[in-house]
Each structure stands twice: as C-alpha cells, then as structure tokens.
Design a protein around this ligand. Structure first.
Ligand code: URP
Ligand code: ZN
Ligand code: ZN
Length: 463
C-alpha cells in the first residue's frame, strides 16, 4: 500500500513548508516538492496543514477506580482519540498492592489486545515497592515500559511514602527511566476533607475547595527535591496551578531536569466559570488536582510559552454522569475522579491556543506530539514528519468549524466538559502507520490494529 499526500503545508515542531509526502507501507519514504510517483491513494491537502499525529501521554482506559471503571476501553478510547487527530497514547497500567508489576503489565496488554485502534505505550503505576521487588523496574524497562507513576495523594489507596519515591528515583537514575509524579500532599488534604465532611460540606464543589494549590506546590517542591537527591529527572503530571508552576520554574532555573505537563481542563475551565452549577452538575468536573480559580489559566499559558511546561496531555479518565459520577451524591469523596478529554486536545489547543495567539503553530505540534515522543522515548519514530519515521500523519483543516458536544463526540461519556464550545480547526484525514483510519468523519481503523510501542528510555530520547 502506498499513499501520496500532495500540496500540503507541513508543520513540525521546527519547520513550516510546502511539500508532498510519499508513504510506503507504514513509513514515510520520500518528502519533496511536486513528487511524481504513482501511489495507490492520492490525497490532495491543498489549504490544509499536514502534521504529525498527536501523542497523548496521559490516559486511563478500562481502569478500575473508586468501585467502578473508566467507561472507554482501548477500542472506544483510541477511536475517539483518532477522531481528534491523536494517533498514539501512553496509558497507565496499575500495579495493585501486594502484586507484581509484571501482572499489571499482562493485564493491560490483555485490555489492549484486539481492541487498540492506534499505537499505544504503557507507563507503570507503582503502589508497592518492597526492596526484594525493586529489580522489577528493570524488567519493565526491558519491556519498553520506561516510565513509572507514583502518587503523593490518595492515602490508603495509591499514595506511597517519600522513602518509596526516593528508592524508585534512585533506580530510574541508573536505568534512564522517568518517574512521573502525581504531586499533591495527600495526608494534609485528607485532614481538610474529613473536616469538611464533618461540617456537612458534601457537595461536589468541596472536592475543589479541600485541595489547596499550596498542597500541590508543596508536593511538587518535595518531589523535585527527592529527584535532586537521587540525581534523577522528574516529570510532574497534570500540573494545575501557578503555585506549582513556580516550583517547577525555580527548579529549571537551577538547571535541574524537572519537567511538567498540564491539561486542557486547567487551561480552559475554572471554578468561577464551570463550578457552582445547580444540583450535582459540578461532579462532571471533579478530577484531581481540581479546577482552580480562573487567574491560574494565564499563568499556565505563559508556562507553556516559556517551556516551564513541555507537554499538554489530557488525563482522559472518563466516567458517565449517570450511575458513575452519581456514586458521589451526598459525599463528594465518593465521586470517581476524572474527566473525558482524549478527543479534543488538538482542537482546543489549536483553536484556543494558536488562533488566539497564545502559542505558535510549531509550539502546538511540539506540545501535543514532538515533546511527548521525546520525553517518553518514541522520538524520532513518532512525533515528527521525516523520512524513515512512522507515517502517523494528520491532514488538518484549519477552517473547519464545529461545536463540541456529548451528542456528537466519540468518547463513552454522557456529557462533555467542553459542551457547547465552538471550535475552528479539526482533523480531516488521520493516518496511522500508513493506514487511513479516519476520513471525513468516518472511522476506518480495525480494532486490534494498534501496536504496543516498546519505548526507549528518557535518557536516550530527550536530547
Ligand atoms: O482525577 C484524575 N486525575 N483521575 C485520574 C487519576 C490521576 O490521578 O491521574
Ligand atoms: Zn494523577
Ligand atoms: Zn491521570
């Protein structure tokens, strides 16, 4: 199978130029002006952008949580991702306490088997790290699972202590793998939460009001200090507030390898605009860290521009409002934490970022594709458009207008966090390893075609 993409404007993290692209089987084999090569499929990309497929480095598909599980599995989740121009995800396998990481890896491979419609990698969430099992981290790295998430929040469930974090960091400092940190001070938050419940404050908004930005900043600071002592890099996931951002900026000013991502929900939603709704509505935006006051948004955009933040991921963790979010009626601590976002990251960042003059076209690609590929050991195979790389390519129509809605989205949830938001710019044709999987709003990819990506280590990938 061969495909020729003609007349497009190719945008990568570094370049912006007009050329044709020839794809043979799964790879880009030729790039040049006015190519005269016969191909099985010819796509005219005139007036369109030709961009590397998006990479979402933070998703939770088919994940058990709070007595239920996320409603998108690897089939529906990767399909929704592809509709929005994301051709690769990195999902989180969870080691459960008392069990081996290998068991979690097998479980997540089984979840993806026969279902994934795009390529995917896996991070490993560590919940338990006895000294006898520390070498299991090396086994994971050999399998291409080269990043590990640890939690400083959710005491009694996912949270680990500083000694465990330090040991994991010491290990990644040897192997070149990367620790991804959920940074919030879980013990302090728990005290505040118990006090709120005792005062009868049970509505969803108290999820946000019991998780202060200082609890996030303190944990970010501690995580970076632990990484410094272990001589290891650190990546802060789903950073939500200016207080936390300042801690990352301070570390980077000192020259430390501290990195962070934020998510569209923190860039576009706020307590003022999206909470304090009638009834139980606020549960739709209960995730962790929570929504913040609106003024934090400009600070996060500035962080993206200055490279204090290197990546935008979704933290796609979808639960339906009916029956799933509703588990928390009368007690906000029982609301499954998480929101749906895998489909709309590129659109939101293009429409609300590039078109609003907040970031450049090249930076859009860097944040949504190139940097995730570099940070998580997939570059240059993925995250760019170059000869010899995987043909994960999106033909992007910058003029396409539509309105985000649960009635038309492809995620499993019965609501959208961005309901009614008007967007200009969308994926028109989506190619994954040379195969057209979305064309004109029709999904053509077969479940199970997506491959597990054995990732390289951070140390060799991030130059
Ligand atoms: O609320 C969230 N973010 N749920 C997913 C789990 C996590 O902490 O990433
Ligand atoms: Zn987290
Ligand atoms: Zn998450």
């Amino acid at each position: 199978m061969s495909t020729l993409i003609k007349n497009g404007r190719i945008i990568t993290a570094e370049q912006d130029y007009f050329a044709d692209i020839y794809i043979e089987k799964e790879e880009i084999t030729t790039i040049g002006k006015d190519l005269k090569i016969d191909a099985d499929i010819v796509i005219d990309a005139k007036d369109k952008y030709v961009i590397p497929g998006g990479i979402d480095a933070h998703t939770h598909l088919d994940m058990p949580f709070a007595g239920t599980k996320t409603c998108d599995d690897f089939e529906s989740g990767t399909r929704a991702a592809a509709y929005g121009g994301t051709t690769c995800i990195v999902d989180f396998a969870i080691q459960t306490k008392g069990n081996k990481m290998r068991e979690a890896l097998d479980t997540w491979w089984a979840k993806a088997e026969g279902k994934a419609t795009t390529d995917y990698g896996l991070h490993m969430i560590i919940t338990d790290l006895p000294d006898a099992d520390i070498e299991d981290m090396s086994d994971m790295v050999k399998e291409g699972v080269t990043s590990f998430k640890l939690f400083m929040a959710y005491p009694g469930v996912l949270m680990v202590d500083d000694a465990t974090i330090f040991k994991a960091l010491k290990h990644t400092s040897k192997t070149g793998a990367l620790v991804c940190m959920h940074a919030e001070n879980g013990d302090v938050i728990d005290v505040i939460v118990q006090q709120a419940l005792a005062e009868g404050k049970t509505a969803p908004i108290y999820h946000a009001l019991t998780r202060p930005t200082t609890a996030e900043a303190e944990a970010v600071n501690r995580a970076i200090a632990l990484a410094e002592m272990a001589d290891a890099p650190i990546y802060i996931v789903h950073l939500s507030s200016n207080d936390a951002l300042e801690k990352v900026a301070e570390a980077r000013d000192k020259g430390l390898p501290a990195y962070a991502e934020t998510c569209p929900q923190y860039l576009f939603l706020s307590i003022e605009d999206d909470m304090n709704k009638p009834g139980f509505e606020d549960a739709k935006v209960v995730f962790t860290p929570p929504l913040r006051e609106k003024w934090h948004q400009d600070k996060l955009w500035a962080g993206l521009k200055k490279n204090t933040l290197q990546i935008v991921s979704t933290d796609h963790c979808p639960f339906c409002f009916k029956e799933q979010k509703e588990l928390g009626i009368g007690d906000f601590t029982k609301i499954p934490n998480g929101g749906p976002g895998i489909e709309h990251r590129l659109q939101l960042l293009f429409s609300g970022g590039v078109s609003e003059g907040r970031i450049s076209l090249n930076r859009w690609i860097e944040l949504c594709s190139t940097n995730p590929a570099k940070m998580f050991g997939m570059y240059p195979r993925k995250g760019t458009i170059a000869i010899g790389t995987d043909a994960d390519i999106v033909i992007w129509d910058p003029k396409k207008e539509y309105t985000i809605s649960a009635s038309t989205h492809h995620m499993c949830t019965d609501y959208s966090m961005f309901e009614g938001r008007k967007i200009k710019g969308n994926a028109e044709t989506v190619i994954s390893r040379g195969e057209i999987i979305v064309k004109d709003n029709e999904f053509l990819g077969k479940p199970g075609r997506g491959k597990f990506i054995k990732r390289d280590t951070y140390g060799t990938a991030w130059q």
